[in-house]
Design a binder for this molecule. Structure first.
Ligand code: PHE
Length: 362
């Protein structure tokens, strides 16, 4: 492998002016913490699987949702963005926020990157767990590699309305409609409202299964290019609201290009670390990468439903450093480049890097 290519999972990708993956990040690809037996991320994935298997049955009494947890994190830029109707100029495509192998391949920034291919393969209900990569500042709840679980559920006209009184007369689509904050132009209001209700009920049941009935959650309206309407769910953790998932009614255009234009559906993507932090009382997201026995052994339970409350371990006393430096005029300095340099030297021992102040001499 020469300097003009990068190797990921045994495959060489030619580099170009977009290449920005670092050896530190590549070192995490293939770790698959979510597939490591008794790792807290595996535990929470198993709990979510068990819940969906037992709560949702197909017609033959078989589990409705299939589970996929072995899809490669190397995806095309097309999968990660275009397939989800994310416009070519959308800020989420920035080099500064993503890990590109080159102009056409990247490490997936979310598990939604696989929505279209799995719908195209004919699936109507699936869960998908995987590692995702985003260039970000590192602190106790942010790390450039984390794990998501995606869920998708499609409905035919009959499936969505069969439980509703007079449902035979309702229809998923309506001609000549307008896009409003409530719905997409092609959907009937009944279809959207029912989908939204099913989606929120599904997620509330899941969260209640995970945390018990005492958990406080709230819904926040938001925007994603691939769902409308869209919502975020926040969970109260240590007195603060923490965003744990994004979801919404799938854009009909996405379903049409995925060969499922006659159905409607919802999708969600949840952060496994965030949920595990709340569930097991893990105070810092970096601990998930720990190889320390004192961390790992706390999660070796016989039954995945068994409660675990993490007992913190401290290794080093805290130390603060202030650094100031001059930037030449017109310098194309990127904050994330500096953070990555600090990380490449200090590793996960660096608890936090923050910009305290900026000053430009008049
Ligand atoms: N992919 C979105 C994210 O990572 C979450 C999401 C998934 C939103 C599915 C809507 C539907 O933020």
């Amino acid at each position: 492998i020469g300097p003009d290519s990068v190797e990921v999972l045994g495959h060489a990708y030619p580099s170009d002016d977009y290449t920005n993956v670092t050896p530190r990040i590549l070192g995490k690809v293939g770790r698959n913490l979510h597939n490591e037996k008794n790792h807290p991320l595996w535990l929470i994935k198993e709990r979510i699987k068990t819940h969906f298997y037992s709560a949702y049955m197909g017609r033959g009494g078989n589990p409705l949702f299939s589970v996929h947890d072995n899809l490669s994190p190397v995806v095309s830029v097309e999968q990660n963005f275009d397939s989800l109707l994310i416009p070519p100029t959308h800020p989420s495509r920035k080099k500064g926020d993503n890990y590109y192998l080159n102009r056409s391949r990247m490490l997936r920034a979310h598990t939604s990157a696989h929505q279209r291919e799995l719908v195209l393969s004919g699936l109507d209900a699936f869960l998908l767990a995987g590692d995702v990569y985003r260039r970000d500042e590192i602190d106790s709840s942010h790390y450039p590699v984390f794990h998501q679980m995606e869920g998708v559920r499609l409905y035919s006209n009959h499936e969505l309305f069969s439980a509703v009184e007079g449902g035979e007369d309702l229809s998923l689509f309506e001609g000549g409609g307008r896009r409003t904050p409530q719905k997409q132009e092609v959907h009937s209001l009944e279809a959207t409202k029912l989908l939204e209700l099913q989606l929120k009920n599904t997620l509330t049941r899941l969260i209640t299964h995970l945390f018990g009935p005492g958990v406080q959650v709230r819904w926040v309206e938001c925007f994603f290019p691939f769902t409308h309407p869209s919502f975020e769910m926040e969970v109260c953790f240590q007195g603060e609201w923490m965003e744990v998932l994004g979801c919404g009614v799938m854009e009909q255009e996405l379903l049409s290009t995925a060969g499922a234009g006659s159905k409607v559906g919802w999708a969600f993507g949840l952060g496994l670390e965030r949920l595990a932090m709340v569930l097991y009382n893990i105070p810092d997201i970096r601990l998930f990468w720990s190889q320390d026995e004192r961390f790992l052994r706390q999660f070796r339970v016989k039954d995945v439903q068994q409660a675990v409350s993490f007992q913190p371990l401290s290794k080093y006393p805290p130390l603060h450093n202030d650094i100031s430096f001059w930037l030449p005029e017109n310098d194309d300095f990127t904050q994330n480049d500096f953070y990555e340099m600090v990380r490449s030297i200090g590793g996960d021992l660096v608890e936090r890097v923050t910009l305290l102040d900026e000053f430009t001499h008049p």
